[in-house]
Design a binder for this molecule. Structure first.
Ligand code: GLP
Length: 265
């Protein structure tokens, strides 16, 4: 794992977008795992900008989102399908048939979960998985006590997560669905590379627990410590509870891999 600390949320998302773009350019048929939430909006905006101004070509990419709310039809204004359409899919050249999300309206959620896993396998697995961090320490919707080997499945959302996501539902926590289909921690850990983007002081404590605390199913993001290739990008506010911040800065400044990213603002 490496931890990169940037001065602002904007520069953190720009760096994350640069990293995604580098992977896409190196491998046009990249299988990209996508995430939702407010934090990702800056990253998608930066990718859209690169698509427009630099001709970043995403037309050969296949994408798989981490999760979807159960019970929301794809064009519900609050569905993650709609979120992806608004922030990303409608603004870049990803072919609609190559952009996958679990179907939250499936009658048989177990069968839908198994289908989604098979689809990921058939695509050759995920090359680069984008991840955000929930206040409950989750990745995807892998709430506390999710098995670290879990696969895609239906999951109940904790009150904390529903409160956190209420802002996307006009502030009404009762409008937030009670369950979601999510890739499992085990599914996420199988992706070839992970990129966790977290910003803001409100998540400083849980981020420090995920990165520097024990690996525990109570904070499923801590399982990323087991991943062979995980990059964590945070802003200054989110880094403030990391004990090793001086060391992480030293790595970013001295590791040749990061030289080309040091000037990203
Ligand atoms: C939801 C998603 C998570 C995401 C989280 C972060 O819970 N299922 O994958 O990490 O939101 O949300 P935000 O960026 O809005 O804080």
């Amino acid at each position: 794992m490496e931890v990169i600390i940037r001065p602002s949320a904007k520069s953190a998302s720009h760096l994350a977008a640069r990293l995604v773009a580098k992977e896409v350019r190196a491998r046009p048929g990249l299988v990209l795992g996508l995430a939702t939430g407010r934090t990702m909006e800056g990253l998608y905006a930066a990718l859209v900008e690169m698509h427009r101004s630099e001709g970043l070509d995403l037309s050969h990419c296949r994408t798989f989102n981490l999760d979807e709310y159960i019970g929301l039809v794809p064009d519900d204004p609050h569905s993650y399908r709609r979120y992806m359409h608004e922030h990303f899919f409608s603004k870049v050249d990803i072919a609609p048939e190559n952009a996958h999300l679990p179907d939250g309206t499936a009658a048989d959620l177990d069968a839908e979960s198994a289908r989604y896993e098979r689809l990921i396998q058939a695509a050759g697995g995920i090359d680069l998985q984008l991840l955000g961090l929930g206040k409950a320490g989750h990745i995807g919707f892998n709430e506390p006590l999710s098995a670290l080997r879990s696969r895609t499945r239906a999951k109940a959302l904790t009150p904390m997560t529903r409160r956190q996501n209420a802002s996307m539902f006009g502030g009404d926590v009762r409008a937030v669905p009670e369950r979601a289909i999510t890739m499992g921690v085990g599914t996420i850990l199988e992706s070839k590379r992970c990129l966790l983007l977290v910003t803001g002081g409100q998540k400083a404590k849980v981020l420090a627990e995920a990165v520097e605390g024990p690996i525990t199913s109570m904070i499923t993001a801590s399982a990323l410590q087991l991943h062979p290739r995980c990059t964590v990008i945070v802003d200054e506010a989110c880094a403030k509870k990391l004990k090793g911040r001086k060391y992480y800065r030293w790595i970013f400044e001295n590791e040749p891999e990061w030289t080309e990213f040091q000037s990203v603002r």
